[in-house]
Unconditional design. Structure first.
Length: 86
């Protein structure tokens, strides 16, 4: 069986992404603007990190009108079981 969780760990190996992940985890959910204010990075940079984290399965993305809200994905997208990272 191939371990696919390495992509999630690789994503969290980037300091900015680990900070974003911890912020969203403690907030339960956060918009792009909230994350941008917290980590004090430019909005395009934050959006890029959020996109990468969502594609790897770490985050869930929900669009509410023009606002996008992110939350922690507690289900592994690879094995459909409880995520070991969350």
């Amino acid at each position: 069986m191939k371990i696919l969780c390495s992509e999630c760990f690789k994503n969290l190996g980037v300091a900015s992404r680990a900070e974003i992940y911890n912020f969203i985890k403690s907030s339960l959910k956060a918009s792009v603007s909230e994350v941008t204010r917290y980590v004090k990075l430019r909005q395009p940079t934050v959006s890029y990190h959020l996109k990468e984290m969502t594609e790897s399965g770490l985050l869930c993305r929900q669009k509410n009108g023009r606002q996008v809200v992110y939350s922690i994905n507690t289900i592994c997208p690879h094995s459909k079981t409880k995520c070991i990272v969350a």
